[in-house]
Design a binder for this molecule. Structure first.
Ligand SMILES: [Fe+2]
Ligand SMILES: [Fe+2]
Length: 196
């Protein structure tokens, strides 16, 4: 008997001796995990969905990110664990927000003749991601400059949000029909759910 066929025989024997039920339990466990995960994701997306349409949902998320940045700005050197937890939370919130905008909203902005605007907003997102990464490293390595980095991220974030809320998104909203608004809202929430 070759090594390969010997292993196959061992596997068949193991399956016969409860291997199948162990495998089934594993699959069931995975299914349960998926359900728990879906429930958690639904809860995470609920606030955005409940805010109303796509624009209101994004505004609500801007407010959440703003609140986390305010909390970070109020931390002190000795609050290392709190800083790390807030940076983690902000990366998750900002990540989901950016995915919704980049994969859906900015694509619609570009499709309505504003590809350059969409590209520039997209570039702003990288600036925020990079800032959060640097913030995480400053915190981990206990380097000075944590609050200065928070302030820089806040400035970049606020300027980006002003452009979205005051200019780009209202302009897009008036170009959309009611059916298009609903479709955009649903599509955006679906994308957010994926990464919630
Ligand atoms: Fe954005
Ligand atoms: Fe935004």
């Amino acid at each position: 008997m070759t090594d390969t066929s010997a292993r196959k025989t061992e596997m068949k024997t193991a399956m016969g001796k409860g291997g199948t039920s162990a495998l089934m339990a594993g699959v069931a466990g995975f299914g349960l995990g998926m359900m728990v995960s879906a429930g958690r994701k639904a809860a995470a997306q609920a606030a955005t969905f409940a805010a109303g349409d796509w624009f209101e949902g994004l505004k609500a998320e801007h407010q959440v990110a703003r609140g986390l940045l305010e909390k970070l700005a109020a931390t002190r050197e000795e609050d290392m664990a709190k800083r790390a937890a807030l940076v983690f939370e902000l990366q998750h919130a900002m990540g989901k927000h950016q995915v919704q905008e980049e994969y859906v909203v900015y694509c619609v902005v570009a499709a309505h003749g504003q590809a350059d605007v969409a590209e520039s907003l997209n570039a702003d997102h990288f600036e925020v991601k990079q800032g959060l990464y640097e913030l995480e490293m400053i915190g981990k390595e206990k380097r000075p400059g944590f609050l200065e980095k928070v302030a820089a991220i806040r400035t970049a974030f606020e300027s980006h949000v002003r452009e979205e809320e005051d200019e780009v998104f209202p302009a897009l909203q008036v170009m959309l029909t009611d059916a298009e608004k609903t479709a955009l809202t649903n599509r955006m929430n679906r994308e957010g759910f994926k990464v919630a």
